[in-house]
Design a protein. Structure first.
Ligand code: PCA
Length: 219
C-alpha cells in the first residue's frame, strides 16, 4: 500500500517552506504496512493540480496527505473542508491572482476530508504536540490543491476506498527570525512537525471511524 505525502515549494517572501522541509524527510518511511512517497508541489494555481494528478497516477496511493504552511498558526491543523473557490490575497509563484474563480467549474461547492481529523488531533495532543481541527484551509493554493485532491478522489479514485486530506503547519523558527515583519509569530520546530506528520499518517491509516468529539469553533 502506498501513501502520497506532498509539501509545497516556498512562496511569497519565504526562502523555505516548512511543509516540504518536513515532508521530504519522510520519503520512504514505512508505516502500518504502507510506504510513504514524498513529492514537492508548485505553489501555482492549476499547475499544482496537474502535478498532484501525475503523482497520484505514478504512486497509486490509497491515502494522500497534502501539507502546507499556515504562517501565524501555532498548531498542526488537519483541515475539515475544501471549498470550490480560488481567491488570492497575494499572487501565486507564477504571478497569478484569481479572484472568486472556481477550482473546478461545475464541481460541488465543497468536499470534506476523508480522514479521521478528530482522532488525528487527539493522537497529536497525546504526544504533546499542539493540534486542532481547522474549519478553513483558506482560498489560496493550499485550498486549491486540497479541493483538487478531493475532486480527484470523488471522480477518479485509484482504488475504491482511496482517502485524502490536508494538514496545515506553523512557521519554522528560522523563518520568523529571518524576517523582522514576522517577529513574535508562533513557530514549531522541524523535528516536532515531522513527529506530528508521522502520527497523523499512522492515525489516518489505522482509524476508519472518526471520534465523536467537538472540534468546532464559535467564529
Ligand atoms: N501555504 C499556502 C500555499 C502553499 C503553502 O504552503 C496556503 O496555505 O494556501
Amino acid at each position: 500500500m502506498n501513501v502520497l505525502l506532498t509539501g509545497f515549494e516556498p512562496f511569497d517572501q519565504d526562502a523555505i517552506n516548512p511543509s516540504w522541509e518536513a515532508v521530504q524527510s519522510l520519503d520512504g518511511w514505512r508505516c502500518e504496512g504502507a510506504v510513504v512517497h514524498a513529492r514537492r508541489i508548485s505553489c501555482v494555481f492549476g499547475a499544482s493540480l496537474r502535478e498532484l494528478d501525475a503523482a497520484i497516477d505514478e504512486v497509486q496511493p490509497h491515502l494522500v496527505l497534502c501539507v502546507g504552511q499556515a504562517g501565524g498558526r501555532s498548531e498542526i491543523t488537519p483541515e475539515r473542508v475544501a471549498i470550490n473557490v480560488d481567491d488570492g490575497r497575494i499572487c501565486d509563484n507564477a504571478g497569478c491572482q484569481p479572484i472568486d474563480a472556481p477550482v473546478v467549474p461545475g464541481a460541488p461547492a465543497a468536499y470534506f476530508a476523508s480522514l479521521p481529523i478528530k482522532a488525528m488531533v487527539r493522537d497529536l495532543r497525546a504526544a504533546g504536540i499542539p493540534a486542532a481541527v481547522s474549519n478553513t484551509a483558506g482560498t489560496f493554493v493550499c485550498n486549491h490543491l486540497f479541493f483538487g485532491l478531493m475532486h480527484r478522489i470523488a471522480s477518479r479514485p485509484v482504488a475504491p476506498g482511496m482517502r485524502g486530506g490536508f494538514v496545515h503547519i506553523p512557521y519554522l523558527p528560522q523563518q520568523v527570525t529571518r524576517r523582522p515583519d514576522l517577529a513574535g509569530l508562533p513557530v514549531m520546530a522541524l523535528e516536532t512537525v515531522v513527529a506530528g506528520l508521522r502520527i497523523a499518517i499512522a492515525t489516518a491509516l489505522s482509524v476508519r471511524e472518526d471520534l465523536r468529539e467537538s472540534g468546532g469553533q464559535l467564529h
